[in-house]
Design a protein around this ligand. Structure first.
Ligand SMILES: Cc1cc2nc3c(=O)[nH]c(=O)nc-3n(C[C@H](O)[C@H](O)[C@H](O)COP(=O)(O)OP(=O)(O)OC[C@H]3O[C@@H](n4cnc5c(N)ncnc54)[C@H](O)[C@@H]3O)c2cc1C
Length: 484
């Protein structure tokens, strides 16, 4: 029996931990530095002034393929497919509200007329749906190094809308987003048509994974930080944890902690070749995000997932323009933070009515906070402004909620950075040209017995599904190589 130490209980860490604990005879120990499980896919409770406890998610999540995607694959492989109850975004399906005009994700106007009365339109141009049907997953890799904007122009697709979709998926701009990754993710979504949420809040998924670890000889230790990975003669031997640097020996160490911190700090540059260190240093993160949550005491929407693009003045549009993010982060100042922004809204109580008291709604919203601006103190101030931006945008969409807000909570990119690393990025290493497919950082490190998992290494997909695919790929590698 081998001792497997996993650093972090995010989707990647808890997912691979569950796969190993359930399917091999080895002992898994997960060390999680925070009080909650699941990292960015975690949840917490917020008590309102009436003493009602609301479930809030750290992020604002829609799972691209629910049970039909990699999150479900892990559950099946650990025999826990029924431990999680999915809630699809159907009736109504996902919507985009473009300055008052409501559309489906296929960019069709949502019509009140019955289908039979609508006249079919003839077009010689291939729709995005047709393009996705025609291309195979293997063929998408040929497009890995093509900027999304070039593909959209060549295929005469709606650049604004697909750029917006890519921005929501990866937090990256059209000049740098990899067309191949965009096509893979969109194809999977089109095939399964199963976007949705999970009952009980996002944490239900990592909870199920961690439960599998504990039911199979493993341990999940919360509030325990891994301070150092001990390497001797190019081999990872164990970790030092907690305030007293307690030593834990390990046969295999899997880091779900962010790739830069893991390689440059937890292990240390001196253990790697210069070239590898440079590669890690030069990796860029996907987009930063922040998330506003609020409880309201009225019913304002039947939507299950709505992306709102408000009317903005030219200055505001420029400051949130993804196409301005050219590989490097733009330096936003506090004055650049727009008064309204593009927001993704998930009214989580429409997907699970238990997440709000009767007659109330639990709304979760997310917006990109493009660019890193200056010191932490300056960023904190900017985050305060982003919080106002989110609220202002919501009030622009639904003025009737004014006076009906019971509580608000805000997860900023500074919070994400300080509690979870990755410089506040929503997902991990950005899915841009040079960082996807064959060029994605590998889960296998130059140090023997040290591996990486999660949104920073291996895998493909959007957010949680990227991390879940990374876990599945790493577990497959362990099995194929007969390591575990
Ligand atoms: C606001 C927001 C909205 C999002 N929206 C979506 C969405 O709609 N759909 C979607 O699929 N995804 C979404 N995501 C992205 C998704 O949540 C992440 O991509 C995914 O959860 C990342 O998983 P991960 O395995 O990389 O690990 P993370 O979630 O980053 O977890 C890493 C874990 O490691 C722990 N850790 C780090 N260092 C140490 C250490 N030294 N010792 C012990 N523990 C340590 C951390 O505390 C953390 O728990 C969103 C994220 C955010 C923030």
């Amino acid at each position: 029996m081998k001792n497997i130490v996993i650093i972090g209980s995010g989707i990647g860490g808890s997912g691979v931990g569950a796969l190993i604990a359930t399917n091999t005879g080895n002992k898994v120990t997960i060390f999680e530095q925070n009080s909650w499980l699941g990292g960015r896919c975690g949840s917490y409770t917020k008590e309102d002034k009436n003493g009602y406890k609301w479930v809030c998610d750290v992020g604002t999540h829609i799972f691209g393929n629910c049970d039909k995607g990699p999150l479900g694959d892990i559950l099946r492989k650990i025999g826990k497919e029924n431990a999680v109850e999915w809630a699809y975004c159907r009736n109504p399906g996902p919507r985009i509200n473009l300055m008052g005009q409501v559309m489906s994700f296929g960019l069709k106007k949502v019509s009140k007329k019955p289908k039979t009365e609508r006249k079919p339109r003839k077009s010689r141009k291939k729709s995005f749906k047709q393009l996705l049907q025609e291309i195979s997953y293997e063929e998408t890799y040929q497009f890995d190094d093509l900027p999304l904007i070039d593909y959209l122009k060549e295929k005469k697709l709606n650049a604004f809308m697909y750029t917006l979709q890519a921005g929501l998926m990866f937090g990256t701009g059209p000049n740098t987003t990899s067309t191949g990754e965009f096509l893979r993710c969109s194809k999977k979504n089109a095939e399964t048509m199963s976007m949705g949420y999970v009952k009980g809040g996002c944490q239900s998924i990592p909870n199920a994974y961690c439960q599998a670890v504990e039911e199979n000889r493993g341990e999940v230790k919360q509030n325990v930080t891994v301070n150092k990975i001990i390497v001797e003669d190019g081999v990872a031997k164990g970790v030092e944890v907690g305030p007293d640097n307690e030593y834990h020996e390990a046969d295999v160490i899997i880091a779900n902690s962010d790739i830069k911190t893991t390689i440059l700090k937890l292990v240390g540059e001196k253990h790697f070749e210069k070239e590898y260190v440079e590669r890690i240093k030069n990796l860029s993160w996907g987009g930063q995000v922040c998330s506003l949550k609020l409880g309201i005491d009225i019913h304002v929407t039947d939507d299950k997932w709505l992306n709102y693009v408000p009317k903005m003045d030219a200055k505001d549009v420029k400051s949130i323009d993804f196409s301005n993010v050219e590989g490097e982060k733009k330096q936003l100042t506090i004055d650049d933070v727009p008064s309204k922004s593009v927001i993704m809204i998930v009214p989580i109580s429409n997907l699970d009515p238990n997440l709000a008291p009767k007659g109330c709604q639990n709304l979760h919203c997310v917006t990109p906070t493009l660019g890193i601006g200056g010191t932490m103190e300056e960023r904190r101030k900017m985050n305060k402004k982003w919080e106002e931006t989110c609220l202002n945008t919501l009030l622009d969409l639904w003025p009737e909620i004014d006076g009906h807000i019971l509580w608000t909570d805000f997860v900023s990119d500074v919070f994400l950075e300080s509690k979870l690393g990755k410089e506040g990025a929503g997902t991990g290493i950005g899915q841009v040209i040079g960082q996807v497919g064959k060029k994605r950082p590998s889960s296998i490190t130059p140090i023997k017995n040290l591996y990486l998992v999660g949104g920073d290494a291996g895998g493909w997909g959007v957010g949680t599904e990227l991390a879940a695919n990374s876990a599945l790929e790493l577990f497959e590698y362990f099995q194929e190589q007969k390591i575990l």
